[in-house]
Design a protein around this ligand. Structure first.
Ligand SMILES: O=C[C@H](O)COP(=O)(O)O
Length: 256
């Protein structure tokens, strides 16, 4: 079945009020005629208000967030709730990014709880999974990805993946300039889809599986030729409107 691609920019810990306005204006100009690809940006939560204001009046670019917490209100210093994200019009919410797993010790189970909280709130989880370089060299890539997905499958059921996004991001490819090859990524994406298909073919057929890890304006088109690569989660190259636009348009063209 045809899946509508999603290209999402993860700005990580970058930007300012002025940068946010400037980049969003640039993206609006570059992407105004895009029809065949969903597009989202995840600025730092500090700048969701600026991004929401700058995105007003257009429907090509959706707003997202890089994280969410579990509680709705109360004495939880520093936390961000699903309702707060909805208040800013955020839709696509990244969870389980390897930087959160590594630097904030987020476990598979904790990430699965966040997945459930997002589904309950009517938001779209963008579940990041992926192996370290060592796990890759030890041939454990599929095992690691399946374990990270199983944390959701086994607690929320396969139907939770209806309308959700998976982002396969090999950790060794993030920010290194060393992307997985299209063939390497396709093999893992297919194994992820097959793993979900073992529970439900229908759910597997519709789930968007993005690739992330050094995607740029030069390598995106080749990645998108692969049948199970349904878009990209882009870090560094999402900070430049022209490079990000090339990636979006490559997805639109490849999946037309
Ligand atoms: O969320 C995005 C990824 O971590 C990829 O980052 P990158 O494109 O800078 O390698």
């Amino acid at each position: 079945m045809a899946r509508r691609p999603l290209v999402m920019g993860n700005w990580k810990l970058n930007g300012s009020k002025a940068f946010t306005k400037q980049l969003v204006e640039g993206l609006k100009a570059e992407l105004k005629d895009v029809k065949g690809c969903d597009v989202a940006i995840a600025p730092p939560v500090m700048y969701l208000a600026e991004a929401e204001a700058a995105l007003a009046g257009q429907s090509v670019i959706a707003l997202g967030s890089q994280n969410v917490d579990l509680k709705q209100s109360g004495a939880f210093t520093g936390d961000i709730s699903t309702e707060m994200l909805k208040d800013f019009g955020a839709k696509y919410i990244i969870i389980g990014h390897s930087e959160r797993r590594q630097y904030h010790k987020e476990s598979d189970e904790f990430v699965a709880q966040k997945f459930g909280a997002l589904k309950e709130a009517g938001l779209v989880p963008v579940l990041c999974i992926g192996e370290t370089e060592q796990e890759n060299e030890e041939g454990k890539t599929q095992e690691v990805c399946q374990r990270q997905i199983d944390a959701v499958l086994n607690t929320l059921g396969v139907e939770a993946f209806n309308g959700a996004i998976i982002a396969y991001e090999p950790i060794w490819a993030i920010g290194t300039g060393k992307s997985a090859t299209p063939e390497q990524a396709q093999a893992i994406h297919k194994s992820i889809r097959d793993h979900i298909a073992a529970k439900s073919q229908a759910v597997a057929d519709q789930v968007i599986i993005q690739y992330g890890g050094s995607v740029n304006d030069s390598n995106a088109a080749d990645l998108f030729t692969q049948p199970d690569i349904d878009g990209a989660l882009v870090g560094g190259a999402s900070l430049k409107a022209d490079a990000f636009a090339v990636i979006v348009k490559a997805a639109e063209k490849a999946k037309a």
